[in-house]
Design a protein. Structure first.
Length: 231
């Protein structure tokens, strides 16, 4: 079972959720004004939603504050109130992506209280791969524009598997095997998820996702009966 002790208690889940949020913390642009009124929030949302439209229609090189403001249907002055530069828009999009990743991880943990490690990991890979490939071109653009953008994702995966592969599972995995799993699984999942997103065609991304899930399953199945197979 995936973490039977912690996931049965609401306060434990809440504590982990807070820790996960901290592990994915990114530095927010200090010059960015935060919207407080409903109309302001709508302006910010319109700007962020306009970026993928500009990207699809005109390409990455065409993403400028003027073009984004035009696509969003807001004045350039209104855009600059909340995004003093293009980088601030990318940072906001990255923050939104981080929140989406955190929700996927928390949701998978919550719905996997009675799942095996293999079942949990397969579900996590599938959900994260789907999230990253939903708008892969935008994700690649934003990740490249935000320094260290993937670091929070790596930290979150490490924290997640440390939660799942807990000391309470000594009957299934020895301390050495748990150490091996924690060494391999977080970077493996991160590489597979981003690899799926980088596929250029939707069909190939679906095949890549299937291969990512299969790769994880093969690795975990090498721990037959809780003991790693030797090759």
């Amino acid at each position: 079972m995936v973490q039977p002790r912690s996931l049965d208690a609401g306060d434990e889940v809440l504590n982990f959720s807070r820790g996960l949020a901290a592990s994915m913390k990114i530095e927010r642009a200090s010059t960015r004004r935060q919207p407080k009124q409903q109309r302001s929030r709508q302006t910010v949302e319109a700007v962020l939603e306009a970026v993928p439209r500009v990207l699809r229609r005109h390409g990455a090189e065409a993403i400028t504050t003027n073009r984004v403001a035009e696509a969003a249907g807001v004045s350039i002055g209104s855009l600059y109130q909340y995004f003093p530069e293009k980088q601030a828009i990318f940072m906001a999009l990255h923050e939104r992506h981080v929140d989406a990743v955190r929700h996927v991880i928390e949701g998978t943990l919550t719905h996997s209280t009675s799942a095996s490690l293999e079942e949990f990991t397969r579900e996590l890979v599938e959900q994260l791969a789907s999230l990253h490939s939903a708008d892969a071109e935008l994700h690649e653009l934003v990740s490249g524009a935000v320094p260290g953008g993937a670091d929070g994702f790596k930290s979150a995966l490490q924290a997640t598997f440390e939660q799942v592969i807990s000391p309470t599972q000594q009957d299934r995995y020895t301390p050495r095997e748990a150490e091996q799993l924690l060494f391999v699984l977080p970077p493996l999942v991160e590489a597979l998820v981003h690899g799926v997103a980088h596929q250029e065609q939707a069909v190939s991304r679906e095949r890549a996702k299937d291969e990512a899930i299969r790769t994880v399953a093969v690795y975990l199945n090498s721990f037959q009966g809780g003991h790693a197979s030797r090759y």
